[in-house]
Design a protein around this ligand. Structure first.
Ligand code: ARG
Length: 462
């Protein structure tokens, strides 16, 4: 076949069809990231083949040693990766052959690249679940640190991004701790389901060799071998569960990132991001841009994208393996990298940011944020039905609004003109500190409640 450009393939492919085929077919450019997993899988397989009398102990030993040499070459960065050898599996095997000769050819007995890639990728995704777990724990600790510092700092709680009721800074931080804890448990659940071994399913139907799949499963830290060889080589649901969990976690990260962008604006001034996590503008000297938060918010798109991309790759595939499935890895690698980077950046940013406590408290008092406290008082002290109390309070809010004032700025006479039973006891109640301190229901925003939740989480995280 020709290696020169031709009019049919043309354009950017200044090469013949063989080179184009190589470019579309090869995965070594990205699946080299699974080298360690590939070698671990092959070592377990070789040891099992010897234990089952399928290859000699001597050959298995040569294979096992040779594979370690290959691994050290790859780790040292001087491995001669070859695109012609397509993927990591064939690159490793070819190098093993160079190193140990004939026994290398016995490694692929009772195995196919189909179960090999399935086991490698499972091991890789499993490692990522563990890495994400550690990163999420670090982020939760950063948030708890903020919550502890500001368990009783008052800030506005929002609905519709309108001031709703005063809450505590600690309560807001701990809301994210709950979300990231559920994310952790999603990765942990996914890890349990993915922890079964496809190795030994061979091409798709199993093998006639007397292999021991339980032995390789155990050697690789899996709970058991997968029960159906077709399923073992055909499904990538484990990667999809990782991507789905990553997407939900990314969504949480993006919401927090968005809040940090809003909070650090001149209009809000709720937080000051540390210099480490901000950038200046090349033209406007006054600017401190929350770039890290914005990039976290943006990177989330890649993670959602990977999830949709792999769902789409998989959705129409007849059982079992099709080469389409080679497209599972690059997306998953990128999503995992993006998630780990976003988690690390968020932990750092949250740990370093400084709340502007007076500004939080001042904002908490705006927007008639304690109107509900007044309505609740009317119910509790005067026995009004809540609907009536709501109406009375609404009238008072309108009155204050007309004066361009806030609720506590109304006089007692003005208040009693709306409801005769109101006493000056309400003035204490209308303060934001009082408001948050009163919300002692389980999971409520009162500092006492927040401190209980912080203590519980600290106990869990150790
Ligand atoms: N590089 C391939 C992949 O990632 C390995 C499996 C190849 N199997 C095959 N039957 N061609 O999917």
């Amino acid at each position: 076949m020709t290696k020169t450009a031709n009019t049919m393939w043309g354009g950017r492919f200044a090469a013949g069809p063989d080179a184009i085929m190589e470019a579309i077919n090869a995965s070594i450019g990205f699946d080299r990231r699974m080298a360690a997993q590939d070698i671990a899988g092959s070592r377990a397989h070789a040891a099992m083949l010897a234990a089952c009398g399928i290859i000699t102990d001597k050959d298995a030993e040569a294979i096992g040693e040779g594979l370690l040499t290959v691994l050290s070459e790859i780790e040292a960065g001087d491995f001669p990766f070859s695109t012609a050898l397509e993927d990591i599996h064939m690159n490793v095997e070819a190098r093993l052959k160079d190193l140990i000769g004939e026994p290398a050819g016995r490694l692929h007995t009772a195995r196919s690249r189909n179960d090999q890639v399935a086991v490698d990728f499972r091991l890789w995704v499993r490692d990522q679940c563990d890495a994400v777990d550690g990163a999420l724990e670090a982020l939760m600790k950063s948030l708890i640190g903020q919550a502890e510092a500001g368990a009783d700092w008052v800030m506005p709680g929002f609905t519709h991004l309108q001031v709703a009721q005063p809450v505590t800074w600690g309560h807001h931080m701990m809301a994210y701790v709950e979300m990231f804890a559920r994310d952790r448990s999603r990765f942990a659940d996914a890890r349990v389901r993915m922890n079964t071994s496809p190795l030994g399913a061979a091409a798709l139907a199993g093998t006639s060799f007397p292999i021991d799949r339980h032995m390789t499963a155990e050697a690789l830290g899996f709970d058991r071998p997968m029960s159906n060889s077709l399923d073992a080589v055909a499904d990538r649901d484990f990667a999809l569960e990782f991507l789905a969990s990553a997407s939900i976690c990314a969504m949480h990260l993006s919401r927090l990132a968005e809040e940090l962008v809003i909070w650090s604006s001149a209009q809000f001034r709720f937080v000051k991001m540390s210099d480490k996590w901000s950038t200046g503008s090349s033209i406007m000297p006054q600017k401190r841009n929350p770039d890290a938060a914005e990039l976290i918010r943006a990177k989330i798109g890649r993670i959602f994208g990977a999830n949709v991309a792999l769902m789409t790759v998989m959705k129409g595939l007849p059982l079992t393996y099709s080469k389409d499935m080679q497209e599972d890895k690059e997306q998953t690698f990128d999503a995992a990298d993006s998630l780990m980077l976003a988690l690390a950046a968020m932990s750092g940013m949250v740990g370093d940011m400084q709340a502007n406590v007076p500004s939080l408290e001042a904002a908490a008092a705006t927007g008639f944020s304690t109107a509900t406290d007044l309505a609740d008082w009317l119910v509790r002290e005067l026995g009004l039905p809540f609907r009536d109390a709501h109406h009375v309070t609404g009238t008072l809010v309108a009155m204050a609004e007309a004066k361009g004032a806030d609720l506590p700025d109304l006089t007692l006479a003005e208040m009693t003109s709306v409801h005769a039973g109101i006493t000056d006891a309400v003035f204490g109640l209308l303060g934001v500190q009082n408001s948050v301190a009163s919300r002692v229901s389980f999971g409520g925003t009162a500092p006492a409640q927040v401190r209980l939740r912080i203590a519980e989480w600290k106990e869990v995280l150790g």
